[in-house]
Design a protein around this ligand. Structure first.
Ligand code: HEC
Length: 258
């Protein structure tokens, strides 16, 4: 019980620490859930790099297979590393209590994050792009989108390691603080992120990878959107056909009146 209360306090404290919201402008994620290849790549990256800490309990492996056009075998061999059953939701190998102890906050379930987060897909995309080294923190990383995040930069091998170049905030003639056009990092204006150690991917490849992960998370938050988008063109076609019928009918009625 004490452990539980401690965990609760840790989560509440993490919540308060982040209450400020993103300190840099969000970048457009430009995701597209009808891009199946992107969803498949995103699922692979998600299961390899995120599901070790985060669950996505509302999304069953079987449903993911169906929606992404994968076989049971493909999913169980390439996307499921926890020994969960095909019909189970995406589980996490780590005990949440351990995670709270290690990271100071339990990694939240990510099933609905793309919908629940203010900023949605753009928030996630910008978050995954903006980890920088911060030696003042025990975790070694920081992120202006989620200030003092207790999540390490798990994709650093792909992106490389970047540091934040900042300049002091300025005041105008009247002494009023001026806003930072590119946002703030630890009380100073962000100029840019500078790569101090290259990763396995160049910038364009990395952007694509995190767009794919974000796309998969958007899909997970609303799997029904896939089917809806697939129905879309048929609905439009039906409406067009119906409009044509109505027009024929109108012409028929008006013929006698002219
Ligand atoms: C080593 C464990 C770990 C891994 C791996 C990890 N995360 Fe996290 N993540 C965390 C923790 C801990 C938090 C809570 C951060 C906080 O509140 O300070 C978090 C928070 C988040 C949040 C914010 C959620 C919210 O509601 O505030 C998102 C989004 C997220 N992670 C996405 C990802 C993605 C995408 C990946 C894979 C690329 C990933 N995480 C991999 C530990 C991890």
């Amino acid at each position: 019980m004490r452990k539980f209360l401690l965990a609760l306090v840790a989560v509440a404290a993490a919540g308060l620490a982040h209450a400020a919201g993103p300190a840099i402008p969000l970048e457009a994620a430009n995701t597209n859930v009808s891009d199946r290849a992107s969803l498949q790549r995103g699922a692979r990256l998600f299961m390899n790099y995120c599901a070790s800490c985060h669950s996505a309990q509302l999304n069953r492996y079987s449903r993911i297979a169906e929606d992404l056009g994968l076989t049971e075998e493909q999913v169980m061999q390439n996307l499921n590393f926890t020994g969960a059953k095909f019909g189970d939701g995406v589980k996490v190998a780590m005990d949440p209590a351990d995670a709270t102890q290690w990271f100071g906050a339990a990694p939240p379930d990510l099933s609905l994050t793309a919908r629940a987060k203010h900023g949605g897909a753009d928030w996630i995309y910008t978050y995954l792009k903006s980890f920088y080294i911060d030696e003042s923190r025990p975790i070694g990383w920081n992120n202006p989108v989620l200030a003092n995040a207790s999540m390490p930069h798990v994709l650093w091998e792909l992106q490389g390691v970047q540091r934040a170049i900042t300049e002091p905030k300025t005041n105008d003639a009247a002494g009023n603080p001026q806003p930072c056009p590119k946002g703030e990092v630890k009380g100073a204006c962000l100029v840019r992120f500078e790569l101090v150690q290259p990763g396995l991917m160049d910038e364009a490849e990395y952007d694509l990878a995190i767009r794919d992960i974000t796309n998969f998370m958007v899909y997970m938050a609303e799997p029904a959107a896939l089917k809806r988008e697939a129905y879309g063109p048929w609905v439009i076609l039906f409406l067009a056909f119906f409009t044509f019928l109505a027009w024929l009918l109108k012409r028929e009625y008006w013929r006698d009146l002219h």
